[in-house]
Every structure is written in structure tokens, then in C-alpha cells.
Design a protein around this ligand. Structure first.
Ligand SMILES: *Cc1c(COP(=O)(O)O)cnc(C)c1O
Length: 305
């Protein structure tokens, strides 16, 4: 098992929370490990154990050129003594891309594929082709979500978090949300903020919970209006918010996931979404490795840890 650096919740203080009579804290999963950060740590841990149990020499997975999942898998596989192969959407090695540089440094073998090929990542024929090319590898899907990933993300909430009434997290594939839903207690509410554009996420989460045999004891909802234009899209308002959050709390956020989640949370507070005396826990799912690449692409500085 990967070593875990347990993180306590950090209380957040703000006049707005006082005014609305809310207690707010954040769970800094971004600090759980220096390279295998955030929710990816939980999504990977049982998968890597399983890969070793099956005697596989390597793990193979998929991601975009700035993917948090690729970055984390490269480090986690190496730490577990496994080789790793990354199927990367894109034209080839970009020596200015900090995510890919890191993956290379972890000895991840990078295999670049076109957008068309990348789209086939879940098709049986394409996967068979990859297996014949790369040998007997342990396959982890894009974003890392599978049954063992959900088993892992169900470990995020622990007994010491039982007094929180509301848990807020961001959603990409929903694997983190599903694990949180699984460990939710009857008095708890889970709010997931989709980083993707579209109303489909609620149904997708419902399917994922159903397929995974999860009936949550608590209540859950998916909010789809805080995508800022779609996955990896952003606006000046979002960037300003990330800087504002840093100046208030000295906690860095990323513009793909945690920035959108925290923005949404503040918006809901202002709109009185939370009842008086609610005890709210924000999950900082990590993703900060991506900030360096964001700055390279856009020239926009972001707070970094
Ligand atoms: C991958 C990721 C997510 C999305 O997690 P899912 O389990 O795919 O929903 C959220 N936040 C960060 C920082 C991530 O890297």
C-alpha cells in the first residue's frame, strides 16, 4: 500500500460564513502525497495492489497531455515497483509540458495517439490491439474510475468526518463522487459540481452508483451549472476567484476542478442554499500539478503550493 499522509480538516473562516451561521472546513487531499495528489491517490491504491497481486509487470492507462491522472499514475506505479505506459492524446512529446516531463522522469512510457484513436479507448478491439502491442499489462481506464477506484475513494470520508452535514466535491468521471456517496451517513448531503458541460452528469452518476451496487444512506445531488464553458474551459471570473481564494485562505486551487467547486460553493452560500448551522466540508481533490501547464499555455499565473 502507498504511504498516506493523513490530513486533518482545516477550518475556513470568513465573515460570510459567520453571517450565514455556517461552519466550513476543507480536506486538503492535495497534501496527501507530494506527487500522487488528491483523489488520484485513493483511486490508484487498490488498483496498484491488484496489479501486483495479478503479477502484472506494468500498468497502462490513458489521459490528455496535462492529465492529473497520468501524472499521479506515473509516480504511483513507480513507487509500487511497476512499469507504466501512458496512452496520451496528442501529437507527441512537448518538452515544455511539465506533466509529460514528470511522467517521463518517472519512466512512464508515453505513447501518443491521434484524437480519433484516443476516442476508441474503451473499445474492445482497440484495447486488444494495445494489449498485443504492450504485453500483459494491468489496464486502468481514463480518469482512473473503476470498481477498485471507487473502493479507494470510499476511504476518503472517515469516522472523524461524521459530524459534517454537507460534503462538496468536484466531478470529472464521478469515481470520487461514487466513493463518497458510498460512505455517506444518513444525516449527510453530498454535493457534486460537474466540471463538464451538460446535464448528462446526473444520469451518469446514477448509472455509476447503480452499476457499482451503491445505495447511499445520505442524500446526493449533482450540480451542472458551474462548468465555466466546459471541461478545461475557464473565464476571467474563475481565475479572479482562484486568486481571491488564495488571498483569503492561502490555499491554492486549480482551474479545472477545485476552483470551480469552491466558486460554486461560495455562490451557493450567497444564495442561502445551506441551512443555518450546517457543517460543510469541502474536498480539495488536488490537481495542482496542472497549474504549471496552465501557466505555460495561457501566460496566466496561478497560486502554487
Ligand atoms: C481527476 C480529478 C477530479 C475528478 O475525479 P473523478 O473521480 O473523475 O470524478 C476532481 N478533481 C481533481 C483535482 C482531479 O484531478
Amino acid at each position: 500500500m502507498l504511504p498516506i499522509h493523513p490530513t486533518d480538516t482545516t477550518p475556513l473562516f470568513h465573515s460570510l460564513f459567520e453571517e450565514k451561521k455556517l461552519e466550513v472546513a476543507i480536506l486538503r487531499l492535495d497534501q496527501i502525497h507530494c506527487e500522487i495528489s488528491g483523489n488520484k491517490f485513493f483511486k490508484l491504491k487498490y488498483n496498484l495492489e491488484e496489479a501486483k497481486k495479478q503479477g502484472k509487470p506494468a500498468v497502462l492507462t490513458f489521459g490528455g497531455a496535462y492529465s492529473n491522472h497520468i501524472y499521479a499514475t506515473a509516480s504511483a506505479a513507480r513507487e509500487a515497483g511497476l512499469a507504466s505506459i501512458g496512452i496520451i492524446r496528442g501529437d507527441g512529446m512537448d518538452s515544455n509540458n511539465p506533466t509529460l516531463i514528470h511522467a517521463r522522469e518517472q519512466e512512464m512510457r508515453l505513447h501518443f495517439v491521434s484524437r480519433e484513436d484516443y476516442r476508441k479507448k474503451n473499445s474492445k478491439a482497440y484495447i486488444d490491439q494495445l494489449l498485443s502491442q504492450f504485453g500483459d499489462v494491468y489496464l486502468i481506464p481514463e480518469g482512473g474510475t473503476n470498481a477498485l477506484a471507487i473502493k479507494g475513494t470510499a476511504d476518503i470520508l472517515q469516522k472523524k468526518h461524521q459530524d459534517y452535514t454537507h460534503i462538496c466535491t468536484s466531478i470529472g468521471t464521478g469515481g470520487t463522487f461514487a466513493g463518497l456517496a458510498k460512505s455517506l451517513l444518513t444525516h449527510q448531503n453530498l454535493l457534486g459540481f460537474s466540471s463538464l458541460k451538460g446535464e448528462f452528469m446526473r444520469a451518469e452518476i446514477r448509472n455509476l452508483l447503480h452499476e457499482s451496487g451503491i445505495t447511499s444512506k445520505g442524500k446526493w445531488e449533482v450540480l451542472s451549472q458551474y462548468h465555466f464553458g466546459g471541461y478545461a474551459k475557464w473565464t476571467d471570473e474563475l481565475i479572479d476567484f482562484i486568486h481571491w481564494f488564495w488571498s483569503e485562505f492561502r490555499i491554492p486551487l486549480d482551474p479545472i476542478y477545485t476552483g470551480k467547486m469552491a466558486y460554486a460553493f461560495f455562490d451557493l452560500v450567497r444564495k442561502n442554499h445551506f441551512p443555518e448551522s450546517a457543517r460543510i466540508l469541502l474536498i480539495h481533490t488536488g490537481g495542482l500539478q496542472g497549474n504549471a501547464g496552465f501557466t505555460k499555455r495561457t501566460g496566466i499565473q496561478l497560486p502554487t503550493p
